[in-house]
Design a protein around this ligand. Structure first.
Ligand code: ATP
Ligand code: MG
Length: 467
């Protein structure tokens, strides 16, 4: 972090020198001036002044007026006014205009130093708070959720309504549809926004560790538990816990979670002491929990506890109207980050993308734009920039059942090729890109299928295609 910058403005040279020495020794970046004109010159440019120590009566003007000038340039600058002949009026005027403090000469250097430290700490904290606030606003305002389609607008209206309550929310939708984004938007627009948002991915943590992650443990509860540890539920006290991939929770933990939800309390692993927390619960899954309940893989009672307010996030292919908006949004993001930029797409290429089924949803679109930004750098995206699978998708998703030969005739080979693509992609989608199963489904030899996939440049959703 840069060192803080302090301006000393006083016409008394012994005072300037004395203050300069102590502040410089503290590692601060100190500048000095003996009159306002000089100080104004030093404050040009955009290096912020964090603190100014300003004499009230200067040869070429009034210290309080200079303070106004300075705060205009750098609104967050702290100012300490020094004066030899204090009047109550000038002290009041200085404080009303935003001075941090008012000090009468002669002053005690130690006292002044402690005041300076206070002012600098105050400045730093304010700056950090402001940074945090703008981070939050930037990240989680509703307008970060892009989409004009009726489907996504419906979701937005719903989350606006539920944000205010403390009800448990279950967000479902395919992978990459924005479930976590929605969970954060609910939290940061709720009365708990100042409290923590604590995510935990129940599918990514080995089940033997998950219980202690969720509920904490006490020292000695198991090998490796060398100290007490607070779980995510307790961390989320006063805020929101986001239970991601809840469908992957194993049965014994489903029981413990159910109890925690019902009673708002639980015992950490190895402890007999009950911990009570006040945390809002938002859960998410890309599984069909109805089905999991029917199959006996997910407890019905837990399902009802979680599913108080269900939010279903539509797949991208069900809201194609949002594709151009999202494309622009991600082009903006990646061009800013990488200092270069794509700035549009040809109608043909857009047509391909709109017709593509997007199994990886918005995350897949985001990855595609990032990749094209890196490879192409700038300009308009056209067909030749798209990886093969996006280009062939128009034919691939065409209704191959309704064969028609246009009056003008057609190209037999490319039609057969498109039909092949469509069948292979369908089989792969159906089997979650399991090549063995897809080959079996099409009664093809696995090697033949793999070769065709390679030749056609077909890639599963999140895999980077080197072509
Ligand atoms: N409507 C949207 N507008 C802008 N960006 C979005 C939108 N929806 C999702 N994203 C972005 O897409 C990416 C994936 O979203 P997110 O992680 O929320 O999806 P998810 O549903 O939780 O996926 P998974 O099930 O794989 O965990 C994120 O980078 C997110 O910011
Ligand atoms: Mg997620």
């Amino acid at each position: 972090m840069r060192s803080q910058r302090v301006l000393i403005l006083d016409d008394e040279s012994s005072l300037r020198t004395a203050l300069f020495r102590v502040l410089d020794r503290k590692g601060l970046n100190v500048i000095t001036a003996n009159k306002i004109e000089e100080a104004k010159v030093l404050c040009q440019g955009d290096t912020q002044v964090d603190l100014a120590i300003v004499d009230l009566n200067l040869p070429d003007g009034d210290g309080i007026e200079f303070m106004g000038y300075l705060k205009n340039l750098f609104p967050a600058t702290e100012v300490i006014i020094l004066t030899g002949h204090a009047t109550i009026e000038s002290a009041i005027r200085a404080t009303q205009k935003g001075a941090f403090h008012f000090v009468t000469k002669p002053f005690n250097l130690e006292e002044l130093m402690s005041l300076i430290e206070k002012a600098l700490t105050h400045k730093k904290l304010q700056q950090e708070n402001q940074q945090l606030r703008s981070e939050l606003n930037k990240k989680y305002k509703f307008d970060q959720i892009i989409g004009n389609s009726e489907q996504i607008q419906g979701v937005l209206r719903l989350i606006e309504r539920v944000a205010d309550s403390d009800s448990t929310v279950l967000v479902t939708g395919e992978s990459g549809t924005g479930k976590e984004l929605i969970a954060r938007a609910i939290h940061y627009n709720s009365p708990r926004a100042q409290g923590p948002f604590i995510p935990i991915n129940c599918g990514a943590i080995p089940s033997e560790l998950l219980e202690s992650e969720l509920f904490g443990h006490v020292k000695g509860a198991f090998t490796g538990a060398i100290a007490n540890r607070v779980g995510r539920f307790e961390m989320a006290d006063g805020g929101t816990i986001f239970l991601d991939e809840i469908g992957d929770l194993e049965p014994s933990l489903q029981v413990k979670l159910l109890r925690a939800l019902q009673e708002r309390s639980f015992e950490p692993v190895g402890s007999t002491k009950t911990v009570t927390v006040n945390a809002r619960v938002i859960a998410a899954t890309n599984l069909n929990l109805d089905e999991a309940v029917e199959n006996g893989r997910f407890r019905e009672d837990l399902y009802y506890r979680l599913n108080v307010i269900p939010i279903t996030v539509p797949a991208l292919r069900e809201r194609k109207a949002d594709i151009p908006l999202l494309l622009n949004h991600f082009m903006d993001i990646f061009s800013k980050n990488k200092g270069r930029g794509l700035n549009g797409i040809t109608p043909d290429a857009l047509d391909c993308l709109v017709n593509y089924p997007w199994p990886g949803n918005i995350r897949e679109l985001e990855n595609l734009v990032e990749r094209m930004t890196i490879l192409k750098g700038h300009g308009q995206i056209d067909n030749s920039d798209l990886p093969v699978k996006y280009k062939s998708s128009k034919a691939a998703t065409a209704d191959v059942g309704g064969l028609e030969i246009p009056d003008a005739g057609m190209d037999f080979n490319s039609a057969v090729d498109a039909y092949e693509n469509a069948l292979i992609l369908k089989a792969l989608e159906k089997t979650g890109w399991n090549r063995n199963q897809a080959a079996a489904l099409l009664r093809l030899n696995r090697t033949t299928l793999v070769e065709k996939i390679k030749k056609k440049g077909l890639n599963p959703p999140n895999e980077v295609n080197p072509s």
